[in-house]
Write a protein of this length. Structure first.
Length: 193
């Protein structure tokens, strides 16, 4: 049985596109998304493109504490560890028209845990299943990350090739949890120290 994830764990987050070849969630380059934006977000071939760029700390909301298990359905914050403070995963601005009609928001990091009161930096984590089925989220479980911004929310996904140096795919949110070929599927493994 894989280890249950806990708040405070540092993880690498791999995308499921095309048989888990979608790359690892990564900060890459400065963002021009607006007030408070820090870094662009894309995927890259390895979880360690740069020091901490592919490492994310799972932080609690809603009365949870560091050390508590992450449960399917929890709302989490994801803090990037580039330079020990790469910002919080955040939606900021609209996705590009090239990403298709169901794409909703661009993704970057922000210095604040929730840039807007509507949940731009809050993500509800849903596990597809786990073993045992006790609601805990474990390493390598397939998960979906649903952003709480806007009344309908949207799912984190890869969408199109990235032009950022060393990057693989662009990241945005989408109305559909699995628009195509598992682009909205992710799995987390504990980062190597």
């Amino acid at each position: 049985m894989a280890d249950a994830l806990k708040y405070g764990d540092r993880v690498n987050i791999q995308n499921g596109y095309n048989g888990w070849t979608g790359g690892y969630l990564d900060t890459n380059g400065h963002s021009s998304s607006g007030a408070g934006a820090m870094y662009g977000v894309s995927t890259t071939e390895t979880p360690a493109r740069g020091q901490g760029t592919g490492t994310w700390e799972i932080l609690p909301t809603n009365g949870k504490n560091t050390g508590d298990q992450v449960m399917s359905g929890d709302v989490v914050l994801l803090r990037n560890l580039y330079a020990n403070d790469g910002g919080y995963l955040d939606t900021n601005g609209h996705a590009t028209p090239a990403q298709g009609p169901s794409a909703k928001y661009a993704v970057s990091t922000n210095k604040e845990p929730d840039r807007a009161t509507q949940g731009t930096g809050s993500w509800r984590i849903f596990a597809q299943t786990s073993s045992p089925t006790d609601q805990a989220v474990r390493e390598n479980d397939v998960v979906y990350l649903w952003n709480l911004y806007s009344p309908t929310g949207s799912f984190l996904e890869t969408n199109g090739h990235s032009t950022a140096s060393g990057a693989k795919y662009n990241v945005c949110t989408d109305a559909y949890w699995n628009r195509s070929s598992d682009v909205g599927s992710w799995r987390m493994t504990k980062a190597k120290a």
